[in-house]
Design a protein around this ligand. Structure first.
Ligand code: UN1
Length: 505
């Protein structure tokens, strides 16, 4: 079944409001990770294509920053409505392009709908502050101002949601954008941009350039006319992005994944916990930044949890995400499959017990795609590589703990700090976890995934550099504060000095 074909299968860049071929004419092809079937041909762009896109975005900025924010928001309302109307088609195409099962793909689109409506509403808020002056006849306020051209570099695992997390706030704040999407999901990025075009976004305000990270991504990050960079991807590339952006002191937002843990206390509802672990560890085939790749279980419930989890994992149906019976779709590509399997070998050699999975699935035509069995390791020690490094696949590690202190210590003992969770019915333990888990997100009695768009999203330590996406926090990245002082006294009033005329208690 192919949903493609409504348009030609050769796609282009979108620069300054025109769909254009890349200079040099080089292309790359994408494939359905479930079937190996070819999907589309996309431009493999060069630095000069990126230069053109940045120039278009820079020119458009001079106009766009002056469009009243409520009017910018109105375009986003139209975008959100179009996302909602196309939700089904986009979800189907997403399943074909990156493999996640259709209900999850629909959730991805819904996240973009929610984010776009939320940020559209910001057009009539974008609140600043007023505060009284220490001097008479003087007025003070702060306003949020746009910054310029945003370089958005987005991953393949949430191919509609994550671009919306970056682009909706960037645009409502008055910035313009050049999008460099992941090479594994260029079609969804193309669809994303088509919707903004259809909603009436002026030419040049949003541009898309396809190609490799090394060529066009790195060029975007280094480009002198791009003061803001938002990147979601691996820790290694995040460090390179930071280094490349450093000479121009760019503002860089990073979201670099995690090694997220679910803590299971001895008073937890184990059946509910199993549901939470399955959803967080194996949903999107484990390819979420927020995936639960560690489960830290109290020794009194460890065995019960292990056997229920393994039983359920073994019943999970692998297959094409378009089939309703499928629980777990493919992983994104051969390199991912190889990496995931290499961690199975690492786990075995480290002495962990392979409880289930640990192999590439090839039966009933699965060999045409990239399928890996849901994998559970038991008897994992906190310092093992499978308990420290991000695998980004359907693999989770069971670790024992004797009490809440040890569980929290183990949960925190990693280089990342994105998501975290605890299953407990003890309110004291729940509050301990909320305070002491060193992560940007903590769930109580739910897995590690499920972020909603109106709270900040991001993490501590190696997950990023302190910025957050989503919610009001996103506005802090996509604007700069300006403090404005208006003196209407008609005389020179010096702060700190003439303020002394008034009595200080
Ligand atoms: C990601 O994996 O990069 O909370 C984003 C969640 C999703 C978003 C995940 N709503 O897991």
């Amino acid at each position: 079944m192919a949903l493609f074909g409504t348009k030609t299968t050769t796609y282009r860049n979108y620069i300054g409001g025109e769909w254009v071929d890349a200079a040099g004419g080089k292309t790359f092809e994408t494939k359905n990770p479930a079937t190996g079937e070819a999907l589309g041909v996309f431009p493999s762009s060069r630095a000069e294509d990126m230069d053109k896109a940045v120039e278009a975005a820079k020119d458009a900025y001079e106009h766009w920053r002056l469009v009243p924010a409520p009017k910018r928001g109105e375009i986003l309302f139209r975008v959100a409505k179009l996302f909602a109307e196309r939700k089904d088609d986009l979800a189907g195409e997403m399943t074909q392009e990156m493999g996640k099962v259709r209900p999850e793909a629909a959730g991805d689109v819904q996240e973009a709908i929610d984010m776009t409506y939320y940020m559209a509403g910001e057009g009539r808020r974008l609140f600043g502050h007023t505060t009284p002056s220490e001097l008479r006849d003087k007025f003070m306020m702060s306003t949020r101002n746009p910054v310029g051209v945003v370089g958005a570099i987005t991953p393949w695992n949430f191919p509609i949601a994550i671009p919306s997390w970056k682009i909706a706030p960037a645009l409502v704040c008055g910035n313009t954008v050049v999008l460099k999407p992941a090479e594994d999901t260029p079609l969804l990025a193309e669809r994303f941009v088509e919707i903004f075009e259809e909603a009436g976004l002026p030419p040049g305000v949003l541009n898309i350039v396809h190609g490799t990270g090394e060529t066009v991504g790195a060029h975007l990050v280094r480009h002198p006319d791009v003061p803001l960079i938002s990147f979601t991807g691996s820790r290694e590339v995040g460090i390179q992005v930071t280094q490349n952006a450093a000479p121009l002191l760019k503002h860089v937002h990073l979201e670099l994944g995690g090694k997220n843990a679910i803590i299971v206390m001895d008073d937890a509802d184990i059946d509910l916990t199993v549901e939470g672990v399955l959803w967080s560890a194996f949903g999107t085939s484990g390819q979420r930044c927020t995936a639960a790749s560690r489960v830290i279980a109290h020794e009194r419930v460890y065995d019960e949890l292990r056997s229920k989890l393994v039983g359920r994992a073994e019943k999970m149906q692998l297959g094409n995400g378009l089939d309703e019976e499928t629980d777990v779709g493919p992983v994104i590509n051969q390199a991912a499959l190889d990496k995931i399997h290499s961690y199975t070998e690492i786990g075995k050699s480290e002495g962990a017990t392979l409880e289930t999975g640990g192999e590439v699935a090839t039966e009933s035509g699965l060999d045409k795609g990239f399928f890996y069995r849901p994998t559970v390791f038991g008897d994992v020690e906190p310092g093992m590589r499978i308990a420290q490094e991000e695998i980004f696949g359907p693999t989770t590690a069971l670790i024992r703990a004797n009490d809440i202190d040890e569980a929290i210590r183990t949960a925190n003992g990693i280089p990342f700090g994105l998501s975290s969770s605890i299953f407990t019915r003890d309110v004291n333990k729940a509050f301990r976890a909320m305070r002491d888990l060193n992560a940007g997100i903590t769930y109580i009695n739910a897995g590690t995934t499920g972020a909603e768009v109106h709270l900040p999203f991001g993490g501590t330590k190696g997950t990023g550099n302190g910025h957050r996406e989503a919610g009001q926090a996103a506005l802090d990245f996509y604007t700069e504060w300006k403090s404005i002082y208006v003196d209407y006294s008609g005389k020179l009033q010096r702060a700190q000095i003439d303020a002394m005329d008034s009595p200080t208690p």
